[in-house]
Write a new protein. Structure first.
Length: 165
């Protein structure tokens, strides 16, 4: 019976899978966004999100536990110094998977996996509010500033004459 054996093996042995996920996690931490297949991205998401959660608690033990998974001291330093500070108030969901289409040679579904707080394009996007105006009010709005400029010009000239005298 295969109870509780439902994670994706990715057609690899256990050691190959562990090494691949470790390398992909290091790449994601160092580059903030990587391109991979959807199946690997989903497996990586389950692998790296607990590590990011563990990095919120900066203790020697948590650093050692994360290092046992990543095996790269520069990635561990990056994770604990920069990423953990940025995601400190986020209660999970540190990565985002964006599907990009299919790979040309074998038609494998491809995607980006990225750290959520490091995507400037998504962070800056705001809803643009468009107001709808009738034609009549738009015409009146363009006439009003023209009249204001016309009334200001004689006042500016009068002030200039007073300073000249």
């Amino acid at each position: 019976m295969r109870h509780n054996k439902k994670f994706n093996h990715l057609s690899r042995t256990a050691s190959h899978r562990a090494a691949m996920l470790s390398n992909m996690a290091v790449s994601l931490i160092m580059h903030k966004r990587i391109t991979t297949t959807v199946a690997k991205a989903k497996a990586l998401k389950k692998y790296v999100e607990p590590l990011i959660t563990k990095s919120k608690n900066d203790t020697t033990n948590s650093r050692r536990v994360v290092f046992s998974y990543l095996k790269d001291k520069f990635a561990v330093t990056e994770l604990f110094k920069e990423i953990s500070v940025k995601v400190a108030d986020r209660p999970g969901g540190y990565t985002r998977i964006i599907k990009t289409g299919f790979r040309k040679d074998d038609a494998a579904p491809m995607c980006f996996i990225e750290l959520v707080d490091y995507d400037e394009n998504m962070a800056k996007t705001q809803k643009k509010t468009r107001t709808r105006r009738s034609r009549k009010s738009a015409a009146a709005a363009t006439e009003a500033p023209a009249e204001a400029v016309a009334t200001e010009a004689p006042a500016v000239e009068a002030a200039a004459e007073e300073t000249a005298e």
